[in-house]
Ligand binder design. Sequence first.
Ligand code: PEP
Ligand code: MG
Length: 358
Amino acid sequence: EPELVGDFGTLMTWADKHRRMKVRTNAETPADCQMARQFGAEGIGLCRTEHMFFDEARITAVRQMILADNEAGRREALTKLLPEQRQDFHKIFEVMTGLPVTIRLLDPPLHEFLPHGDAEFEEVAQASGYGVEHLRRRAAELHEFNPMLGHRGCRLGVTYPEIYEMQARAIFEAACDVAGQGEAIVPEIMVPLVGSKRELDILKDLIDRVAAEVFAEKGRTLDYIVGTMIELPRAALMAGEIAESGAFFSFGTNDLTQTTLGVSRDDSARFLAQYVEKGIYQRDPFVSLDIEGVGQLVSLAAERGRATRPDIKLGICGEHGGDPASIAFCETVGLDYVSASPYRVPIARLAAAQAALG
Ligand code: PEP
Ligand code: MG
């Protein structure tokens, strides 16, 4: 058991006395949630639901959904996915009882779900009734040259609302069931890659509608909040307006770094080392927040968000949430929490305490 015991455990308890920011974790499996809890995580800051879609048992249904060329086809595949998603969230809520759980709606680059090779296309053909030729044509249609700037994040929810409907239903059904066992659950539903208030409004309406449906079916209501990632420069600039619709912001500094610097988070390795060596970047900006540049957008968004909604909850869930220098910066901005991968939770607790004492 990875529990923090002995002198290290004591040190962590001391640190916690001085810490102002909460420390949450980025996790999507019950095992990771459990481990993070033992490391002292005080909730989930980011549950990336796209990771759940890669499960062997359901990837074919996911591919069927993506390749369907009409809503009825997508809904048929989503019907297969709903019980699985409900089970995913049920388990997570049970492990995290009493703690906040932020679930992010689907945000994959679509190409990651496309079938590769004959065998995979054959499987989707069998599951869906579409011919292999048709599926191949559809996959070619969905090809994107810049998937990270393409049809991902909330753009999927805007164009294929039935996907987010299924996820919202799974979240509320699971939350009602776990609440029925007497546990306190307040789901926080997070919309990814938002760039405008209108996108968030469209999706918040959808989430509220599904919540009302599920509560009527279950004969109970629950508190929940809807918020957004801030991971595009436009979202940071428009934060004042976006805060009218979102109860919380979580800074997605991986994408915010990529889009602010104009440097791919996937392909930058070739020149980044040289850039650090020559002092153009102080450190790898995907590891330690570029405080001068990206940091300005974080401060500005926090300020504008608070001006609209003084009690807006602010956190960070990019990789920087587990990096001590970035955590020190988050303290100066006054974020409410940082969210780090499970193994970085202890270091984040120490760094948050040091930042508060600093
Ligand atoms: C981010 O962009 O910082 C983020 C947390 O989302 P993801 O890494 O899943 O794109
Ligand atoms: Mg992101």
